[in-house]
Design a protein around this ligand. Sequence first.
Ligand SMILES: [Zn+2]
Length: 308
Amino acid sequence: VAEGAVSKVAIVLDFGGTQLRAAVIDRDGQILHREAVATKNQAGPAVVVGQMADISTRMIALCDVREIAGVGLCSPGPLDIGQGLIVHAPTIRDFTNVPVVRMLEEHLGRKVLLEGDAIAAACGEWKFGAGRGVDNIVYMTVSTGLGGGVISDGRVLYGARGLAGHIGHMKIFADGERCGCGNPGCWEAYASATNFTKRARVALGEDISAKEVFAGAKTGDVRAQELVDQQADYLGIGMVSCLHLFNPERIIIGGGMSNALDQLMPGIMKRINADAMPAFRDVEILRAGLGDNSGLLGTAQLVFSRIA
Ligand SMILES: [Zn+2]
């Protein structure tokens, strides 16, 4: 086998309810090609998996096939990694028990690796983003939901079924708001961007957006600031448990809410300093460094480490 012609690139897909992103990425984390299309999220699994196959095929066509280490897909879940199933993708129509790995493998004639989107993003930030250089990270994405992935002692934490790090479903109130998972009181039911916006609309009117609340707080609007403080406190409450569970060096925050991290930090730190045991408080809280590419880069990393 000629040197330099083997396993140099990964073909990766990041499947989301709004966008389907794809890229060709090398071992150094260089994105050689990238494409994004709107997910046909109302068209049903066959059409959506067809989109995945098409975009993969276009990426593969841009490469020397001898250089391709493998194909990886990260997806919202829950997933059944062992069975290659998307058990349920709530924002995509009819996406229940979809055998996405088998369907894609049939289209592509290649092995496909499936990974949870939050674990993939955690891995991407660890290797190439805000988590570089440390071995203990809690990554959290705060957007529609609240997802998480954990790097512990320099390893990706998977758990028995690849489901470790579902921090959004930690219960933070005994009889609280109903979460999308069905349980009351989950962290996600308080600290996700969706629930922040919901509280803002109750307090300030039906038309307000999260962005407007943060902008209002910046210009001294007291009611907007109260909403920001409340949100920061909810974030802090869950982070305290993450500190006690995983003792991370860094907590890295991605998703839309991370754009307002500077405004949230005082409230987050107030809660951490009040509730975390002193030995656990020494943590850096950073905004994710890779933007929309953390899932793609992390999936590439996982392809190289698990297939190649
Ligand atoms: Zn839940």
